[in-house]
Design a binder for this molecule. Structure first.
Ligand SMILES: [Zn+2]
Length: 159
């Protein structure tokens, strides 16, 4: 009888052990470079905000949460816009319900804080319906890793 089945667990055990040792060594080397945790993680008000926070923290990008800006709306009403995540002059706004109130608030904020740059993070399918004027860059939450290149593009300094 010809034995034609390979037991992959046996055949690849050596390869697997070598890969595991290499991974462990890499993790030990990079351990000191990673930020341990975001000091303001507890301020996160949504799951999406936590997702972005972890993404920034894992990549060593310092940021702040729930930063408040006074804004005057088009109808003359004064409100406070609370930005979810701020990286230098870049605002990261993970937002699910894009309604008229949100659009007018963001429009007024951008007009009154022209030096700020806004990254809108929402569902990929929602992005085409959001007025282009209220954000500089958009990132689908499904591909939240792109928030890193968006921050880099807009010059977020990580202050
Ligand atoms: Zn954070």
């Amino acid at each position: 009888m010809v034995k034609c089945l390979i037991d992959y667990r046996t055949a690849y055990r050596k390869v697997w052990r070598r890969k595991r040792a290499a991974n462990q060594a890499m993790r030990r080397r990079s351990a000191g470079r990673r930020l341990k945790a975001c000091p303001e993680f507890k301020l996160c008000t949504s799951g999406w905000e936590k997702t972005i926070c972890k993404r920034l923290t894992d990549n060593g990008i310092a940021h702040r949460h729930q930063v408040r800006y006074p804004v005057v709306l088009g109808n003359g009403k004064s409100i406070t816009y609370t930005a979810d995540i701020v990286v230098g002059d870049v605002i990261i706004e993970p937002h699910f319900f894009i309604d008229e109130a949100f659009i007018s608030k963001m429009g007024a904020f951008r007009a009154q804080y022209p030096e700020k740059r806004v990254i809108l993070v929402t569902l990929n399918d929602f992005i085409p319906d959001v007025p282009r004027s209220i954000y500089n860059e958009s990132v689908p939450i499904e591909y939240d890793v792109f928030v890193l290149s968006a921050v880099e593009k807009l010059g977020g300094s990580g202050r």
